[in-house]
Design a protein around this ligand. Structure first.
Ligand SMILES: Cc1cc2nc3c(=O)[nH]c(=O)nc-3n(C[C@H](O)[C@H](O)[C@H](O)COP(=O)(O)OP(=O)(O)OC[C@H]3O[C@@H](n4cnc5c(N)ncnc54)[C@H](O)[C@@H]3O)c2cc1C
Ligand SMILES: *[C@@H]1O[C@H](CO)[C@@H](O)[C@H](O)[C@H]1NC(C)=O
Ligand SMILES: *[C@@H]1O[C@H](CO)[C@@H](O)[C@H](O)[C@H]1NC(C)=O
Ligand SMILES: *[C@@H]1O[C@H](CO)[C@@H](O)[C@H](O)[C@H]1NC(C)=O
Ligand SMILES: *[C@@H]1O[C@H](CO)[C@@H](O)[C@H](O)[C@H]1NC(C)=O
Length: 714
């Protein structure tokens, strides 16, 4: 099969070729693609440097870790500067529309493209067909046969540089960590405030559940800042093929089709003759929706003590409102707090947000024995960081400045940047800092170690005809009836753009699980083979609507060997990120356990596709990986080792026990060995959480605000 990419969003000439033969795959894409410009859907912050004043608190990074914390400190009456290296694009269409999340991850206004290394070993690295090279003409080639003279960059890893951080492009999935995730921090540090029961309070504080009838109503919060809902079931129920896929998953999961479910099957069988390849009329849906509901309405936020270990096929809770069906995120929270006014028109809270401001280092007062953080240095200017596709790779731009904090600096610059900033500030492994002539403030060998991520892979089927549900969608290209529907419709009638894509998921426990789910499999109507530059332009398009991918994701990976190392002392340069996957980083035993779990997840996905009995007579054919790979144990293990990716990198500045030389933080987020400096973001976890991290980061951020305010009161 061959796709040529079309559409107003896309650059001319990007082509993608996929085939059962792995060696045939390649993709070429510009570093800075031409993209349609348009007016945002609502107000956004104008770029602004930090004001020339001293704040009580400076929070570096307006992502999930920094934003709730900065808002809470300001709402408690303190002066707070929240700094972000990027701008505010929270009202881009691609950001606001749940179904456009994949596209938002490659909008050049907000994307940061890192190139990571799955292995140190070059031979292993070069087996990945997604591996990206910079060609002589400056474009990006991903594939196995790079042109002459191309320079190997690594595996593309999209992040967001901008207010909201990755909450602006993520897939909206809002899942609690397992109770074990919190309790392990409690046990590791001896700090009872991390107990899972206590942490649940933060979830209720954050959540504004807008789901009409949440299954476990007591488990939710209703007045927080994060709106949550699930995709209207009437949407899935309109498309025969999607119903078939869900029934296939139910069969793979061993769910018996009785009660309303068998009714559902009967109903659909009855209809097939008359309505082949058409959407079901909405008034015919009650029976369908009841059937699907009886299958999928399991609440993953429930208090049930067996939640974390019971296999479950569910609709994924998403961070979006209902009936607005718009992305909800901490960007909206900080925007609201920073722009809130008193009746007399004056600013209500002392929260300032500096944008396009790249923090380059934390400053310390070293007169006392324990260095004390006093503020930060920064560079002001758009696109200064070289992960930004618009940044110059050769010129060192930006207007330097510095700003002071009378109480504390909090680093929330995300999993790759927080360790980089610490190292640039002289806090990190002394030998590495000395290599770059950075004066050592505090030798902390754990900074930039302990990197953990998922192992992810997809199983994709080609369908003999298009999914009806998305038939009228052009994904913001000309004549997009689905966009019109999303703008003008009400509630469920807002149509297919009300889903984040990965709307159905299966939580499973493989033979290698240690009590909790260790695999999640989620489905989307697309051909998703991992991240490479331009991936968002072909996986689901106006002309490609006949693929289904079950995405397999390994929770709680055992590999803790990844590192983030400086490549230079220039704060504009991206660091070297190395995962040391599987056997390169883990013991043989651990690597085998992780591999086996992923094998079982992949086989579940293969079975879920095999079990599809298309109600409209269409056929589903597995095309990726090739069938002879998934059928063969050795070939499948090789495929996994070559192709796995992740997108939840965490744990590079881990909390840990007193006396552990590799612990960077204590249980109150304080950087060990210095004063007035904390870390609050995905890098603070000692162990990667459950299946999806962002809700855990919000909860951590809320907790950090409480901890900081309590310290102040003490
Ligand atoms: C494509 C994709 C999809 C995802 N989907 C999901 C999902 O559906 N569910 C889920 O739970 N998780 C998802 N995640 C993961 C989740 O979004 C991230 O783990 C989370 O956003 C991390 O939060 P953070 O605060 O640690 O860092 P980030 O989100 O990375 O935020 C860091 C912020 O710091 C700023 N910054 C960085 N360096 C500097 C500097 N030097 N100076 C000033 N500012 C700086 C950045 O601009 C950014 O705004 C997804 C991630 C990706 C990449
Ligand atoms: C900042 O303010 C101080 C005193 O209020 C002043 O001396 C200094 O020149 C100002 N700096 C800038 C860059 O405006
Ligand atoms: C199926 O169709 C038949 C004939 O039209 C009808 O009698 C029957 O009630 C239908 N069954 C269901 C479950 O709708
Ligand atoms: C990263 O730096 C550490 C020292 O901090 C060193 O041990 C390690 O080998 C480096 N890793 C890479 C991939 O450069
Ligand atoms: C799978 O089949 C393809 C095409 O026939 C072949 O090239 C490849 O070597 C086979 N792979 C395995 C693992 O058998």
């Amino acid at each position: 099969m061959k796709f040529t990419v079309h559409g107003a969003l896309l650059c001319a000439g990007a082509t993608f070729v996929a085939a059962a033969n792995k060696d045939d795959i390649h993709f070429t894409y510009p570093r800075y693609p031409a993209q349609a410009r348009y007016v945002a859907l609502g107000p956004q912050l104008e770029p602004a440097p930090p004001a020339n004043k001293t704040y009580e608190y400076i929070v570096v990074g307006a992502g999930p870790g920094g934003s709730p914390l900065a808002a809470r400190l300001a709402m408690a009456g303190h002066s707070v500067l929240l700094i972000d290296a990027g701008g505010d694009h929270g009202n881009l269409r691609e950001v606001k529309i749940p179904a456009m999340s994949i596209w938002s991850s490659e909008r050049s206004e907000l994307t940061w493209a890192y190139y990571t290394h799955h292995y140190e070993d070059e031979k292993m690295t070069k087996k990945d067909r997604k591996l990206t090279y910079r060609t002589k003409d400056g474009s990006l080639y991903s594939g196995l046969s790079p042109p002459e003279g191309a320079e190997m960059l690594g595996n593309y890893y999209p992040r967001v540089g901008g207010v909201g951080g990755c909450s602006q492009h993520n897939a909206l999935i809002s899942i609690l960590p397992t109770n074990g995730d919190w309790n392990r921090i409690k046990e590791l540090t001896g700090d009872d405030s991390w107990d899972a029961e206590k942490m649940r309070g933060y979830y209720k504080k954050i959540e504004k559940n807008e789901q009409p009838f949440p299954v476990d109503a007591d488990a939710h919060g209703y007045s927080g800042w994060l709106k949550t809902a699930v995709t209207p079931l009437s949407l899935a129920a309109q498309d025969f093929k999607i119903i078939s896929v869900i029934l296939g998953a139910a069969a793979s999961a061993g769910v018996e089709l009785n009660g309303p479910l068998s009714q559902l099957r009967k109903l659909t069988e009855n209809l097939t003759g008359g309505l082949l390849n058409k959407l079901l009329p909405i008034n015919y849906l009650t029976g369908m929706v009841d059937g699907l509901a009886s299958l999928l309405l399991h609440d993953m936020s429930t208090n049930d003590p067996n939640r974390d270990s019971t296999p479950a096929l569910v609709q994924m809770p998403l961070s979006m409102g209902a009936p607005s069906y718009e992305r909800s995120s901490p960007r909206d929270l900080v925007y609201k707090v920073a722009t809130a006014k008193n009746p007399d028109g004056s600013k209500k809270y002392m929260l300032d947000i500096a944008t396009n401001t790249l923090v380059t280092k934390v400053n310390f007062d070293t007169t006392d024995e324990r260095p004390k953080a006093t503020g930060v240095d920064y560079l002001y200017g758009e696109s200064l960081y070289r992960a930004d596709p618009r940044a110059s790779l050769t010129e060192d731009g930006g207007v330097p400045g510095s700003v002071s904090a009378s109480r504390e600096v909090i680093l929330s610059a995300g999993t790759f940047n927080t360790p980089q900033i610490l190292k640039l500030s002289g806090v990190g492994p002394a030998d590495e800092l000395e290599k770059f002539d950075i004066p050592v403030i505090k030798n902390l060998p754990g900074v930039g170690t302990n990197l953990q991520d998922r192992y992810e892979l997809g199983v994709t089927a080609e369908v003999s005809s298009d999914f009806d549900l998305v038939q009228e969608c052009t994904y913001l290209a000309e004549g997009d009836k689905c966009y019109d529907q999303w703008i003008n419709g009400i509630g469920a009638l807002k149509g297919p753009y009300t889903t984040g894509g990965l709307a159905v998921g299966y939580f499973m426990t493989s033979s290698q699980a240690e009590g909790e789910h260790d695999i999640w499999v989620g489905g989307l109507p697309a051909i998703f083979q991992g991240y490479f530059p331009g991936y968002s332009t072909h996986i689901l398009t106006a002309t490609n609507k006949n693929h289904w991918t079950w995405l397999v994701l390994k929770a709680h990976t055992r590999n803790t060997a990844g590192t983030v190392n400086l490549t230079s002392a220039n704060p504009r340069d991206t660091p070297k990120i190395t995962f040391h996957n599987l056997f390169e980083g883990s013991s043989v035993e651990d690597a085998n356990k992780d591999l086996q779990a992923v094998v079982e997840g992949m086989r579940w996905a293969v079975k879920a596709i095999d079990e599809i009995r298309p109600l409209d007579g269409s056929t589903f054919t597995q095309v990726w990986p090739p069938r002879n790979v998934t059928d063969d144990d050795a070939a499948l293990r090789d495929w996994i080792a070559e192709e796995v990716w992740g997108h939840h990198a965490s744990c590079l500045c881990p909390m840990g026990a007193d006396g552990d030389p590799m612990a960077v933080l204590d249980s109150k987020f304080r950087v060990r060995g210095v004063e007035g400096l904390r870390v609050v973001d995905a890098s603070a976890f000692p162990k990667i959480v459950g299946t999806f991290p962002v809700l855990s980061i919000y909860m951590m951020s809320e907790k950090a605000a409480d901890v900081i305010l309590a310290d102040l009161a003490a």
